[in-house]
Design a protein around this ligand. Structure first.
Ligand code: PA5
Length: 462
């Protein structure tokens, strides 16, 4: 199981001004945490609670259908192209970057064991989209359109461009190159998928985008590129079982949530940095940033009071950002809680040859790059503690399906518990809607005419 070490947030290590008395805080919040965990588990099946993502580890039917489809199309496509944005893309990106061989898309088909390359088009930059279309052969591409709402302008515009191109190249047969992941009933894409006769997968009710990585949103692309989705499911289930423990002393998600909450509200650490010491985990920070920001950044609490809460997530990468951000983390404002992610065993061990022995870099010879990376993680953590900066470390024995699933699921539960501590709704995103509506207005969507007028006058004023 993955582990959390939080001793470097303790006042015993970093002093009273910036640290917390861990044991007494755990005792003080023990009952509240117990109630939160019990309630989350009780409410997870209830419609309208947006907690059904807590059941995704038990959805054997989805796993079966995904595997069946993946084996049906095996060998037919050179590329998977995922069209999606936000929660419909970030989980897929994080997991495939972590688990596929590095530089997957540059490997030969043989080196990829016959599995296709995978591309996530999660932005609407016209140059990048056109660039991708220049390098992939659409005829040999399976396009997975992913959108919960079925109407997101970015995803739908990409889909419209690709559908048009595919149809021109393949005629009616183009449908075999499209698979849709969307809501079971609502949304424009659901309607179109039914009309056009696409193969579809369902994003279950009450599973929001940023909590959807273990639905078909993630599982389908993972299976298509040969990842072991049964191991992913095992990882979620084992973590779910561990996190059902209502005792904060035994529950790492509850510990992570409470520490973030206390550090923010009592110690002014309103920036949450995630810093994996593994390039393969770089996109886990991107995924987490969205999860944390959209879930916890809220104007009103559950009582309707204006609170404007939410720690700001920041992405960093060890060791790269030691040469970029650590100066600020050590000596700048003491307003951050840093979570390191550490990997004990890398798949490969790279030895540094014993050369240049009589120079200033001779000490590196005979060691491994692995030792160097973890030595840097340790040194950074200790140096930060010397500066009284709070840090936590999540440790994975290795990067595989089982551990990655545990990590992501643990962070989802941590976010849900943190939401309850802040007393906000961690499952809506009203602050995103305003700009979406303005975009609809600007692009001439019917029903948004008044907003368009209003917006045009505001645009000319700023
Ligand atoms: O977490 C969320 O709900 C959002 O980030 C969505 O995933 C994002 O806005 C994309 O929405 P949709 O999946 O409806 O296209």
């Amino acid at each position: 199981m993955i582990r959390l070490n939080c001793k470097n947030v303790s006042s015993l290590v970093i002093g009273n001004e910036h640290g917390i008395e861990l044991e007494s805080m755990f005792l003080e919040y023990r009952e509240q945490i117990k109630n939160i965990i019990t309630e989350l588990n009780q409410k997870k099946d209830k419609p309208g609670q947006w907690l059904r993502w807590m059941n995704l580890g038990y959805s054997e039917e989805t796993v079966w259908y995904v595997k069946e489809f993946a084996s049906m199309v095996e060998g037919r496509f050179d590329n998977i192209l995922v069209l999606g944005i936000g929660g419909s893309a970030l989980g897929g990106l994080a997991v495939t970057e972590a688990l596929l061989k590095p530089y997957w898309n540059l490997l030969t088909k043989e080196q990829r064991n016959g599995y296709p390359r995978i591309f996530f088009l999660d932005n609407i930059d016209p140059d990048v989209m056109d660039g991708l279309l220049q390098v992939i052969d659409l005829k040999k591409t399976l396009v997975n359109v992913i959108t919960k709402s079925g109407s997101t302008a970015e995803t739908m515009s990409q889909y419209m461009i690709i559908k048009d191109l595919l149809e021109k190249e393949l005629g009616d047969d183009y449908r075999k190159n499209v698979v849709v992941t969307t809501d079971q009933r609502v949304g424009v894409l659901r309607q179109l998928a039914d009309q056009e006769g696409y193969k579809t997968f369902v994003i279950p009710d009450d599973v929001g985008g940023r909590y959807s990585v273990f639905s078909a949103v993630g599982l389908l692309p993972f299976a298509l590129v040969g990842l072991d989705i049964s191991m992913i499911i095992n990882g979620i289930k084992d973590m779910d079982l561990a996190l059902k423990n209502t005792d904060i002393f035994e529950n790492i998600a509850a510990q992570g949530a409470l520490i973030h909450y206390l550090m923010d509200t009592k110690k002014g650490k309103n920036i949450a940095v995630m810093m994996p010491y593994s390039s393969k985990l770089k996109y886990v920070s991107d995924w987490f940033a969205q999860l944390w920001a959209e879930s916890l950044g809220k104007e009103f609490n559950r009582n309707g009071e204006k609170v404007n809460v939410g720690p700001t997530p920041v992405k960093a990468l060890g060791a790269t950002d030691q040469h970029s951000q650590i100066q600020l983390y050590n000596e700048g404002p003491n307003n951050k809680l840093i979570t390191f992610i550490r990997v004990n065993e890398f798949e490969k061990t790279l030895e540094i040859p014993k050369i240049f022995e009589y120079t200033g870099i001779g000490y590196l010879g005979g060691k491994t790059i692995n030792d160097l990376l973890n030595a840097e993680a340790d040194s950074t953590r200790v140096a930060l503690a010397d500066y009284s900066r709070p840090t936590m470390t999540i440790t994975l024995d290795k990067i595989d399906e089982y551990n990655i699933a545990q990590l992501l699921y643990m962070l989802e539960i941590q976010t849900a518990i943190a939401g309850e501590l802040y007393n906000i709704n961690a499952f809506d995103q009203p602050g995103v809607e305003q700009a979406k509506n303005y975009t609809y207005a600007l692009m001439g969507r019917a029903g948004y005419e008044d907003s368009a007028e209003n917006l045009k006058s505001k645009l000319s004023a700023v």
